[in-house]
Design a protein around this ligand. Structure first.
Ligand SMILES: NC(=O)c1ccc[n+]([C@@H]2O[C@H](COP(=O)([O-])OP(=O)(O)OC[C@H]3O[C@@H](n4cnc5c(N)ncnc54)[C@H](OP(=O)(O)O)[C@@H]3O)[C@@H](O)[C@H]2O)c1
Length: 365
């Protein structure tokens, strides 16, 4: 974190049109990867001397050591969520962070300067974590278990909180229930498997060949290769909950049809954002709400099931449990490759080309 006079920064045009300038009071700066326009990996700009807003009373300034790359980052960079984010450009991508507490707001009660923490921002946060200093609310962070490296810790929270929100908060899975995870070899799918096993569920997953071993290590009893096996043929059970991380028409149809009456289908591919991008925030939001209600009623009538569009949300109880399981080696999200923060564009290319299996993490010097 560096300090400059605000006048110097404006005069030097460090961040023309920068949306946070008005909120900069402390005149501190940081390094960050900015998205100034939507497009391919080339639009990611690593800059130093980027304005760092003051923290609010319930917020924590984290000196980042590692931040992970999520599919959401790639989509936002390409324009997903533009109805919300375009007027706010430049934005900073990134949801997860692991690092040390550098400063705390006056109302922060449980974290202290110098402690190692990890956590994640909500999907709609405008100032993300691709920076050497991230700002999160206290309830979005938890102490990092000493047994986890920053790189391994940064891979976990956004995926695990997404899985928790779907299976624990919405479907309220219980010991002995049967859970199907479609896309069980990805970060969310693996976290979901660990969380469902921790509750005592029987877990079936579909995944690609490259991640079958990880799905078995996470505890899945049944692992089906979606590229070579007939999934419908393999699935003899009726499930209490289906988490569909893929959300295509065929995976939705599969998930709906293997649920028992009263079961929960949860897709991570809700249409609120895409409809808002298409029709505008208000009309799109209304159209998405109408579509969701129509689908919920349709499936309730035809199959007797609960249908959800599930979205990640931070939850203090969830973070506690995620941290505990991670520290005991009962929840992990494998890391495939690391890049430096300055090489974020290269990391996005790697992720987009699907060269790496496992999470891509950016290290912050
Ligand atoms: N709603 C939310 O709040 C929220 C939050 C987090 C993530 N998401 C979304 O959830 C999705 C998964 O996220 P993630 O972080 O887990 O991504 P990820 O780590 O990239 O995992 C995706 C996995 O899906 C597998 N896959 C692709 N097509 C499949 C199919 N037809 N059947 C079964 N598996 C398939 C891929 O395997 P192969 O590469 O071997 O094909 C890969 O292992 C992304 O679209 C992301 O944007 C939504």
């Amino acid at each position: 974190m560096r300090r400059h006079s605000l006048q110097t920064l404006k005069t030097a045009k460090y961040f023309p049109g920068y949306a946070w300038v008005s909120s900069v009071r402390s005149m501190s700066t940081c390094s960050a990867v900015l998205v100034t326009r939507f497009g391919g990996p080339e639009v990611l700009e690593y800059r130093s001397a980027v304005a760092l807003p003051d923290i609010g009373s319930n917020e924590v300034l984290v000196r980042a050591r590692a931040v992970s790359v999520n599919p959401l980052d790639l989509r936002m960079r390409a324009g997903y969520g533009k109805s919300l984010f375009k007027p706010l450009l430049p934005i900073v991508l990134g949801r997860d962070v692991s690092g040390e507490v550098s400063a705390v707001g006056s109302a922060v009660r449980h974290l202290q300067v110098g402690e190692e923490v990890f956590g994640a921002l909500h999907p709609t946060a405008i100032r993300g974590t691709y920076s050497d200093y991230a700002i999160l609310a206290e309830e979005q962070l938890i102490r990092k278990p000493a047994s986890l490296s920053h790189v391994d810790a940064a891979a976990i929270p956004f995926a695990a909180l997404t899985a928790w929100r779907a299976l624990r908060s919405a479907a309220r899975i219980q010991n002995g229930q049967k859970v199907l995870i479609i896309g069980g070899g990805g970060a969310v799918g693996l976290a979901a498997t660990y969380l469902a096993k921790a509750v005592g569920c029987h877990v079936s997953v579909t995944c690609g060949q490259r991640t079958m071993e990880w799905a078995k290590e996470a505890g899945a009893e049944q692992v089906i290769d979606y590229t070579s096996e007939d999934i419908k043929e393999q699935l003899k059970d009726r499930f209490d909950a289906v988490l569909d991380t893929i959300g295509m028409p065929e995976t939705e149809s599969l998930g709906i049809n293997v649920l028992r009456r009263g079961g929960h289908y949860l897709t991570l591919q809700g249409e609120v954002v895409s409809m808002a991008d298409k029709y505008g925030l208000i009309a799109g939001g209304a159209a998405a709400a109408a579509k969701l209600v129509q689908k919920q009623m349709q499936y309730k009538q035809s199959h007797g099931i609960q249908y959800w569009w599930s979205v990640m949300r931070t939850d203090a109880e969830a973070l506690e449990e995620i941290s505990r399981l991670s520290s005991e080696g009962k929840l992990t999200v494998p890391v495939g490759k690391t890049f430096t923060l300055a090489d974020a564009a290269e990391a996005h290319r790697e992720r987009e080309g699907k060269k790496t299996v496992g999470k891509v993490v950016l290290t912050v010097e």
